[in-house]
Design a protein around this ligand. Sequence first.
Ligand SMILES: [Cu+2]
Length: 119
Amino acid sequence: MQRRNHTILVSLLLLGVVVCSFSLLMAGEVTTFEVKADAYKFIPDTITVNQGDKVIIKAISIDKDHGIGIKAFNITEPLPKGKWVTIEFTADKKGEFPIHCTVFCGWKHHWMRGKLIVK
Ligand SMILES: [Cu+2]
């Protein structure tokens, strides 16, 4: 009886190890980007991540107040000039998603665009 209990315990431990390993393999990576908003541009203007990644964008506006928006992920964040802002989200769907400026910043505001690619 004691030997049987021992076998069950070892089996449960092995199952636990397998489940934990699988969870680690399935979890996305943490990807961090620094994005500058300057003169109606996002620099870089394209961010590429893998589906499941936790994405951290550290953004700053250089020339004046801007904003950063990624509608597909419900992100709308003002970028006051000179202040670093951190945005975090999980890239849980594949596709190409526009990044846009959310604060009216001048005559080229509507052309201030970037792209998020989730592979
Ligand atoms: Cu703008």
